[in-house]
Structure formats: C-alpha cells, structure tokens
Ligand binder design. Sequence first.
Ligand code: RB5
Length: 241
Amino acid sequence: MNFWNDPGGTLPISTSKCRRGHSLSFWLPIPSTSSRILILLLTLSHWQVSQLWFNRGDSSFWSPRHTLRVVYHNMSAAHSSVKLVVGCDHAAVPQKDELVVFLKAQGFQVLDKGVYTPDRVDYPDVAAAVCGAVVLSNKEEQAATTLGILLCGTGIGMSIAANKIEGVRAALVHDHFTAKMARMHNDANVLCLGARTTGIEVLKECALTFLSASFEGGRHGERVAKITALEQLPRVPHPTA
Ligand code: RB5
C-alpha cells in the first residue's frame, strides 16, 4: 500500500486521520529551508570525514554515534579557539602541506613554520622552532590554546627533540586510539607523526582526533603534574673520570 494513495485507516498514521487544518508536514518531519541547509552541510561534512573511515576499510562510519561524533568534530573545529603551529623536516614536506590545507579547511588557525622544500634539514631545529612558538604562545594567550604538530620520517626524532623543551609534552602517535589517548590521558600539547610510516588519510584522522579530544584531568592531572615536576630536577652531573 502506497502511503499517498491510502484511502484511510489501513496505515498506522494516515492522512485521513489528520486533524482538520493540519497539513501533511504536521505529521512528517519536513524541515524548514534553514534546517535543510543545516542538514545538507552536516551531511556533506559527514561524507567528507567518512571518507577517512571508508579509506581504511572500516564501515562503522554509518552508525548514528559516528555521525554525532563527526558533527561534533565540525562544530567544535569551526568554533575552536585552538591555534596550531606545524612543522616538518625534509622527509615530510608533502604530507605537512596537505595537512595544513586540510586543517585550515576544518576551521583551525594554522601557523606553518616550514620547511617548504626537500632540501635536507635537521629535525631538532624544526622541533625547537615549533615548540618554542607553542610554549610562548600559551604563556602569552589567555583565551586560546596553542598546540603543535611535528612531522618527520618516523616522528621519532621530532618527539625526542620536542620533549627536551620545557613545557612540551610531545606524543608520537600512529592511529585514532593513540591520538585520542595522547590528549585525554597525557595532555600532550605536541602531536608527532611519521610521514614514512603512516598514510596521509590516517595522518589527517590522527590530527583531527588529537585536536577534538580533551584532557580528562583527575588522576591523569596528578600524573601530568609529576611529569612537569621532572623538568625541575637537577640535571644528572657527568661522571668525572
Ligand atoms: C630523515 O632522514 C629522518 O631521519 C627523519 O625524518 C626522522 O625520521 C628522524 O627521526
């Protein structure tokens, strides 16, 4: 039986049972123009991010929970007060460039500290430039949080170098879970990624996840405070032979 041709009574909610003066839109959720635009935008953004899930062969992106997460991603990114400082060495220039374009399109303010060419550089120099900007910016800015993203071949060199800088908690991540935990449990403020170990779609997913998650605090706050306290310890003196 076609809903539109139902003479009355055979379908659970039929037009014949509508109260006088109520159009079909009273019964059916036909949206207003502004709602249609909003739904279109949300659907498009869902489609955009679902490509990430689809590309890595995970079909879970159709779930309502995932849709909500994607909507949250887009809304929080658009209204975000998070600033980003991004940098890479020569091994990760194309990936860094694509990530910068992607994150700007997501609504983030991005400061690209380079490098911009495949000429060889030393990753500790880039780590120092990016982390210095992150730490300084967080000292000066009251309202916004500044986070860093560093890429090199494996992400290892960048993470070792970044963690030498006072105030930096750098985390090398490879997937959605580690990216989320780095923020939720470790309050990492610099994300390190490997351009030779991780595909571009997963790099984007890691960055979005890192930027959308927030620190849980509580017992994790106490642990992070202990990490910060380690920075105050006197340096181990060199053995004098
Ligand atoms: C550069 O060849 C490479 O060593 C660097 O990008 C990084 O992987 C270091 O950890």
